[in-house]
Design a protein around this ligand. Structure first.
Ligand code: HEM
Length: 284
């Protein structure tokens, strides 16, 4: 009898157990563990974030409507009331916020872990080579523009959603908040610069998402380029126009048509938006 038989038997017995454990890991975690999986997650969450930024910009174009104050404020309230009575007040908004936060977190997590994976695989930088230099440049641009846009979003929330970075903030009055925010020149400059960087980020992102999803055929490169440039340009032009419109006086000062705003202004005979616009109940 040889002494090696016992360990060999136990190793053989362990093998299926290890295989079993591997099998138990959910497929999406396996997928996300690979570089291809992380790139796909970056692309899909990028599409969700892009969709939001585009729709958000289109929604804000109400700033150019005649009677913009009423339209923009009603739009904010419509978003909060959407889905009622099937959903509670702000229910739909919170579902959207949940999807947005999840996409944002996954997008950043995938970006950081891809960077770390690349560093581990390639501790020494490539020497020369035009395509590598271009890929490196794009990756670096994405990294710093992404970080700055991330900080900008936090400031933007403090400015126009939570109100702690905006001394003239009135809850439920996006027109007022937006107007008095952009009236501050340094803040308007922050918005303009951040949105230009966002444009750069969107351009690179919209270009590379096809590659990440395995849809990049060189035959369609000109369409891909046109899509990336067009999307980035539309979003940047729209977003940068808002602070410029306020600073240049193209947008009227708020008239403060709601109860809360008139009280803050010390105006008598406070009216509510629900009186002025049938069917709208603000600050419900
Ligand atoms: C100059 C361009 C922009 C303007 C005028 C603008 C305006 C606004 C306003 C007025 C709100 C508050 C809405 C309300 O509470 O009723 C808001 C919320 C928000 N904005 Fe923007 N925004 C701009 C650009 C962006 C960009 C580029 C992003 C993302 C990269 C962004 C992300 C958000 C988010 C996440 C919220 C919070 C939505 C929520 O959960 O209620 N915004 N924005």
């Amino acid at each position: 009898m040889h002494s090696g038989s016992a360990p060999r038997t136990s190793a053989a017995a362990q093998a299926p157990a290890v295989r079993q454990r591997r099998k138990q890991q959910a497929w999406f975690l396996d997928f996300y563990g690979s570089a291809i999986g992380k790139k796909a997650v970056m692309a899909v969450t990028g599409i969700v974030l892009l969709g939001f930024v585009l729709v958000h910009m289109i929604g804000n174009l109400k700033l150019y409507y005649p009677d913009a104050e009423r339209h923009l404020n009603e739009y904010g309230e419509w978003l909060r009331a959407f889905g009622e009575p099937a959903l509670p007040h702000t229910g739909f908004l919170w579902i959207m916020r949940g999807a947005l936060i999840l996409s944002f977190v996954l997008h950043i997590h995938a970006a950081i872990s891809l960077t770390l994976m690349n560093r581990q695989a390639r501790p020494v930088k490539y020497q020369g080579g035009r395509s590598y230099a271009a890929a490196d440049y794009a990756a670096r641009t994405m990294r710093w523009s992404g970080i700055i846009v991330g900080f900008y979003v936090l400031f933007h929330l403090a400015d126009l959603t939570w109100g702690n970075a905006n001394p003239d903030f009135i809850r439920g009055e996006p027109y007022n908040n937006l107007y008095y925010s952009f009236e501050r020149v340094p803040v308007a400059i922050v918005y303009i610069v951040a949105n230009l960087l966002l444009g750069l980020h969107i351009y690179h992102g919209a270009w590379s998402l096809f590659q990440s999803l395995g849809l990049a055929n060189p035959r369609f490169n000109h369409w891909r380029r046109a899509f990336a440039v067009g999307l980035a340009a539309v979003i940047v032009v729209g977003n940068v126009s808002f602070p410029i419109a306020v600073l240049s006086g193209a947008v009227d000062e708020p008239e403060h048509i709601t109860d809360e705003a008139r009280q803050l202004d010390g105006l008598p005979g406070a009216a509510s938006l629900s009186e002025l616009v049938p069917g709208v109940a603000l600050h419900a």
